[in-house]
Write a protein that binds this ligand. Structure first.
Ligand code: ZN
Length: 198
């Protein structure tokens, strides 16, 4: 998959959980002492303009607006807005069983991506549904800053060009429904995405 603003094919989709204290709290968790990392399969990637088809076996899919960071082929860092869609009911069941989150986080379209631009922080992450604001936060409020997350991933796995890192969502996650138009942006709109839910 070729991604606007990134000179490398899409690699691994890395994700960080509970990286804003107010979101960890809204889901009933203590802030983590180490970055919480999980991955999504390639089939989850969806570019702006795509349609998210809600899975038939979930009754609650939430939006999670996030800053996404990637390393380009020339070594420079890029950023985009992304939405980590999450089947919250499937995730809750997996947590209860002690199972991985792949089923709840990895369905087709669950990793929505806007266009990449040069990384400039801090920035603001905003998401609206049908024009109504749902999430709005500064990346300055992240528990683990971008440099720390990249160093963590690099030391354990070796980040490669084209790998993308969803850096966690702030508070305000909520369910989407068929017919919704989900829009998200970074800063004043340097990176944008728009997804239709069906
Ligand atoms: Zn997330």
């Amino acid at each position: 998959m070729d991604i606007p603003g990134l000179d490398a094919a899409l690699g691994t989709i890395w994700c960080v959980g509970r990286n804003y204290a107010d979101h960890a709290k809204e889901l009933g968790h203590e802030p983590p002492s180490e970055p919480l990392i999980f991955v999504k399969p390639a089939c989850a990637a969806m570019l702006s303009g795509g349609t998210l088809r809600l899975p038939a076996d979930s009754r609650r899919v939430d939006h999670e607006a996030e800053l996404v960071v990637a390393r380009a082929r020339d070594g420079s860092l890029r950023m985009a807005v992304g939405v980590d869609f999450t089947a919250r009911d499937l995730q809750a069941a997996a947590k209860k069983r002690g199972d991985p989150w792949t089923d709840a986080k990895g369905r087709p379209g669950f990793a929505a991506l806007g266009n990449f631009v040069p990384l400039r922080l801090p920035t603001r992450v905003r998401l609206s549904v049908n024009g109504a604001a749902r999430q709005d936060a500064s990346t300055a409020d992240m528990i683990f800053a971008v440099e720390r997350l990249l160093a963590h991933l690099d030391s354990r796995f070796g980040l490669r060009p084209g790998d993308v890192v969803y850096t966690g969502t702030p508070a305000g996650v909520a369910p989407v429904a068929a017919g919704d138009r989900v829009s998200a942006l970074l800063g004043e709109g340097e990176s944008r995405l728009s997804i239709l839910v069906a």
